[in-house]
Design a protein around this ligand. Structure first.
Ligand SMILES: NC(=O)C1=CN([C@@H]2O[C@H](COP(=O)(O)OP(=O)(O)OC[C@H]3O[C@@H](n4cnc5c(N)ncnc54)[C@H](O)[C@@H]3O)[C@@H](O)[C@H]2O)[C@@H](O)CC1
Ligand SMILES: [K+]
Length: 551
């Protein structure tokens, strides 16, 4: 962010004070929305009678705060700008904004005040009044904080935490808290809080989200996240060397548009998924995967399951899915003899999805999985017992451009794949997923809150959709089906020019969105994986209605 800010000033003749003003204007707009939620009439008029406290540090985050305070005061609110520190110690743009605020506050209009809190006792006086505010703007620290907050500043952060807790306990709605750039107390670059930190209702972050805005557990303190563009040109952001990305609706929409069902296309142009899944004991997982692939728009889906399981699987399948029985062990799990059968079937398929319900406790099944993957000629999505069959991941097994491997572990499976170092490595999910993906030249979808997609080239994407309601049997199998269904379309439509990661990203985003829509319809507690599948249509239509409706 610092490099982008600097380049904006140097290459585009944009003074940083202008960026600060734009940041403030954007944040003020969100503050107005937060203050007037549910009320009618023009926003501006509604700020009369609202009490707002702006808690500023002496850095540029505080400078943003002072500028927001000025904007909200102009719109009629009663604003108290509280500088936690001395004006004499402020520098640059922040100093300018504090000085503007100080002079305006010295004028005849008593609805703006500017207070320097340079001792704990002045702060305590101010802190006592905060509970009566409608809104508190947290502008104490932004990207400049790199060590835990201490001393007087810690007392400030703790007071804001305490106010939020008291508010939530008593069920009242004020004071609301809006953080500028990130909740104060967090280190912008880390997913783990480094000390006490503010818990906001809304965070307005500038130019691009930082890791602490999007990665849990820190992300949970952000509330609703708004990304505000404040004047840095898009090409500077694009050119930044960051390898961490937040997926947005526009990414999923772009993929849907690029792979629209074209006039004259037919089922083979939409790809053929071979699902290798199920065992005598587990038949539901196999059906969930195949059904989700079918619902995701694959032209054809075939499910290969052990002979004695196929009938039970078929009973749960959509009628559109084709079945293929394969050789099995005495326990009704896929046997080594099934390798040739599966590879022969796969010759006519776009890709293989292997794993759900396979039951990898049998050594023969483990060998079956490994053989299929080693000898594959098409891409393979590997999930559940397909992953367990290969854990810890064999160091000589890698993906390739011709036949990429896409692994979809939840954290437990990821730990087993990494092996003994798994627990320690997973402390940093981004690095663990990136490291694993680049080392073995494959793609990893690390499931869980804010799923990560790590590409073999080292890029990592954070998915913002989905909710706790997805913690239910079969939602992983469903996601595997969606990934396979989307990938099949990508590969069938674009052959040599295909971009598997774009398809996987779209699948994870849209799968999560379908989960959010299912939760809206049924509640997180009572939704099931089948509800997720049944909300895929709504998710896709929400993103690209034009492309999904016949002209
Ligand atoms: N061009 C830019 O750089 C822009 C920056 N903006 C804002 O500027 C912010 C970054 O500003 P700064 O770099 O001034 O940093 P901050 O405003 O985040 O504050 C850091 C200040 O606190 C001090 N500090 C750091 N850790 C501390 C601790 N543990 N206890 C006490 N003091 C501590 C630092 O020495 C520094 O003075 C961004 O988050 C954003 O809000 C925006 O105004 C947009 C433009
Ligand atoms: K802040």
């Amino acid at each position: 962010m610092r490099a982008i800010d600097r380049a904006t000033s140097e290459q585009y003749a944009t003074p940083s004070l202008l960026l600060m003003e734009a940041a403030a204007t954007n944040a003020a707009r969100e503050a107005v929305t937060l203050l007037t939620e549910g009320s009618l009439g023009s926003h501006e008029a509604n700020l009369h009678g609202k009490r707002i406290a702006i808690i500023c540090g002496r850095g540029n985050n505080g400078g943003d705060g002072a500028a927001v305070g000025r904007a909200l005061w102009r719109q009629g609110a009663r604003v108290e700008i509280i500088l936690c520190g001395r004006l004499a110690d402020a520098k640059g743009d922040a100093q300018i904004n504090f000085e503007i605020a100080r002079r305006l506050a010295a004028g005849p209009d008593r609805s703006l005040s500017f207070i320097e809190c340079d001792t704990l006792s002045t702060w305590n006086e101010v802190a006592a009044r905060l509970a009566d505010c409608d809104l508190i703007i947290d502008a104490l620290f932004g990207t400049g904080l790199t060590r835990p907050v201490e001393g007087a500043h810690r007392a400030v952060v703790e007071r804001l935490v305490q106010l939020r807790e008291a508010r939530d306990r008593s069920g009242v709605s004020t004071p609301r808290i809006l953080s500028l750039d990130l909740p104060s107390g967090l280190d912008a670059d880390r997913a783990q809080p480094i000390g006490p930190a503010v818990r906001a209702d809304v965070t307005v972050t500038f130019t691009a989200p930082k890791p602490a805005n999007v990665l849990p557990p820190a992300s949970r303190l952000n509330g609703r996240l708004v990304i505000a563009h404040i004047g840095s040109p898009g090409e500077l952001i694009e050119a930044s060397p960051s390898r961490l990305f937040l997926l947005e609706a526009s990414d999923a929409r772009a993929w849907l548009r690029r792979t629209r069902y074209a006039p004259g296309s037919y089922k083979n142009s939409h790809g053929h998924v071979l699902v290798v899944a199920g065992s005598r004991r587990f038949t539901g997982a196999a059906a969930l995967t195949a059904n989700a692939a079918m619902r995701s728009g694959a032209g054809l889906v075939t499910i290969a399951a052990p002979r004695s399981a196929i009938e039970a699987v078929a009973a749960r399948l959509m009628p559109e899915v084709i079945t293929a029985p394969i050789a099995e062990t005495a326990h009704g799990t896929a046997s080594v003899e099934a390798v040739e059968e599966v590879l022969t079937l796969a010759e006519r398929m776009t890709l293989i999805a292997i794993g759900p319900g396979l039951d990898a406790s049998d050594e023969a099944t483990r060998r079956f999985v490994r053989e299929v993957i080693v000898r594959r000629r098409v891409p393979v999505v590997i999930d559940a017992d397909g992953l367990n069959a290969l854990a810890p991941w064999p160091s000589d097994l890698r993906g390739s451009d011709v036949a990429p491997l896409i692994l979809t572990p939840h954290p437990g499976e990821m730990r087993r794949l990494i092996g003994t170092a798994g627990d320690e490595m997973l402390q940093d999910r981004v690095e663990a997923a990136r490291d694993f993906a680049t080392k073995h030249e494959l793609h990893v979808v690390l499931k869980g809150e804010r799923a990560l997609i790590a590409s073999a080239d080292g890029r990592v994407f954070v998915n913002p959709t989905g909710n706790a309601g997805l913690g239910t049997a079969g939602s992983g199998d469903t996601l595997t089906g969606i990934i396979a269904g989307f990938l099949a379309q990508e590969l069938a439509a674009r052959a040599q020019n295909s971009d598997p990661i774009a398809a996987v990203n779209a699948a994870v985003y849209i799968g999560g969105l379908a989960g959010d829509l299912a939760a809206r319809a049924r509640g997180m507690r009572t939704m099931t994986a089948s509800d997720v599948r049944e909300h895929l249509s709504e998710a896709v239509l929400q993103l690209d209605a034009e492309g999904e409706l016949p002209s």
